[in-house]
Ligand binder design. Sequence first.
Ligand code: NG6
Ligand code: CA
Length: 500
Amino acid sequence: MSIIFLIVFVSCKDDSKKDSEINKKKNHPNIVIIYADDLGFGDVSSYGSTELLTPNIDRIANEGIRFTNGYATSPTCTPSRYSLLSGTYPFRTKRAKVLPGNAPLLFELGKQTLPSMLQEAGYQTGVVGKWHLGLGDAKMNWNKKVAPGPLEIGFDYAYIMASTNDRVPSVYVENHKVVGLTDKDSIYVSYQKNFEGEPTGRENPELLKVHPSHGHDMSIHNGISRIGYMKGGKSALFIDENMGDDFLKESIKYINKNKDNPFFLFYALHQPHVPRVPHPRFVGSSGQGPRGDVIVEADWAIGQFLDELDKLGLSENTIVVFSSDNGPVLDDGYKDDAVVKIGKHTPRGGLRGGKYSLFDAGTHVPFMVRWKGTIKPGVSDALVSQMDFTASFASLTGQTNTTPDSENILDAFLGKSSTGRQGLILGQNGITTYRQGDWVLIPPHKGSKMTNKWVNIETGRDTIYQLYNLKEDRAQQHNLALSYPDKLEALKLALEQEKK
Ligand code: NG6
Ligand code: CA
């Protein structure tokens, strides 16, 4: 009798242990955010691109929810990344705009971030890829401890490009150290003046394999001149052609190492940001020159990454998000044939503007969330922002969101609700627009209506109020500010209230 009782007791205990394990997995799935750099709404075949195919990104869309109204918070990189990680609108932080490669860390230490919130929830947290959020302090010495950085804002592991691929220093940083740097060859960085005797793109074009169209004419490395000056550190300099493979390898290493814990990985691709330098095996793969080729390369890497999740048996226990930090641009500073080889491809996918623009294509980006076995595949029109990951994943993992602007729209992310945010401010310091429902308000902003002639994108700036209904007019051709005065006033008010 007592033996039977013992057997029943042990098996109940076992079941409840199993149940709690299952619950823990359900509430603590791994989370991976794959984040492209300058990829447009129309650059992905699941968003309608027919000239450029992205079968692996489409895998995420087809096996998850594809959002038709998904937004980065800003039409440039630093502010978008900042709000994704901090749950804070970029306009609240003066420095949240495109940063030079030697800028100090942008985040205020001690405040909750997406990775620190997940750390509290018991996750291992990692970032691999483009950073562009500043590192160290004003007196940073790249040859010593590189801090504060990702490890000080909630990441347990970091393997990052120090800034951008077009800004010096052209190195990776692993945790607190520049990768591959030796005592014998220190690295020096300046954004003021060149180091004596060092060649530049301006003075030595004969040394270049990729030529600048505008800017990008300072220090040369790997036959490409960049923004900013650097000297030394030869053993540490990255090779552009290998960057995609380098980040893929580190991401795969990271998920293998952490496969038994809940993990969070921010996998920040560098493609298709300039300089666009695909690995030789992708040269010519798109028929659209380097811009198309690096998108094909990025798509391939995403496929490899998804295959690895399958191989490790993690796909059903991992949320995979894919999005981009801002809209598309063709000539962003190098003569890489992006304009002449574009053919019929339309990176902005019928939206107006592009990178840098207040018009919709600046921030309206591909946005998809997959959780195999839990999310029912589909398409959602809910208004969703990358800034909302912190509050939403806090809700999923039983944490409290303390960031100022992130909203809990978990049900929209999981496809359980067709409602996301009510309103969303887009832009950065002093240059903001407001989306509410199908409407977009662009307040008057001083400045030119066009970017420079190379970039050649409408900035969206005007001296008058602009009001568009994106449902009726996704290309923003009809300014309704005069015909809908009540709507205009309502959005003006809502924008001011959201700013508080
Ligand atoms: C611009 C650069 C551009 C790109 C951008 C930031 C010039 C002429 N243009 O100033 O090439 O680096 O900054 O892009 O220097 S982002 O995607 O990182 O925001
Ligand atoms: Ca970008």
